[in-house]
Design a protein around this ligand. Structure first.
Ligand code: SF4
Ligand code: SF4
Length: 108
């Protein structure tokens, strides 16, 4: 069965960098109606391995773009966000993800 995200937002609250690749900074900046220089300067940082830009986090650790109704940049959210959990995940992810919990029940 195809994975269907329930938009619980848990994956937007986990620790770790939300990496930006390719032209993602340009696309997000355009979506936010700001210059890419402004977006990079005000809303990104460098990943620990210094290989990529990543989105900033709020003080509680959640992504800066997690809003009350979900992702505020959903149409242009990074590939890393779009690929979870089908292209990448981690042991036990089903226990953290609302849709993943359903797959555990389905397989029980
Ligand atoms: S960009 Fe959107 S989907 Fe990705 S972590 Fe931030 S709020 Fe979540
Ligand atoms: S944790 Fe799972 S259900 Fe929740 S927003 Fe992320 S992918 Fe969707």
């Amino acid at each position: 069965m195809a994975f269907v995200c329930l938009r619980c937002g848990a994956c937007c609250r986990w620790e770790g960098a939300v990496k930006l690749i390719g032209d993602e900074p340009d696309k997000i900046a355009e979506f936010l109606n700001m210059s890419v220089e402004e977006f990079i300067g005000l809303h990104t940082t460098i990943t620990p391995d210094r290989q990529h830009l990543s989105l900033l986090s709020k003080p509680d650790g959640s992504c800066e773009y997690l809003g009350d109704g979900g992702c505020l940049i959903n149409p242009v959210k990074p590939l890393q966000c779009r690929e979870f959990p089908e292209k990448w995940n981690f042991p036990g992810w089903q226990n953290e993800c609302a849709a993943g919990k359903l797959t555990v029940k389905d397989n029980a």
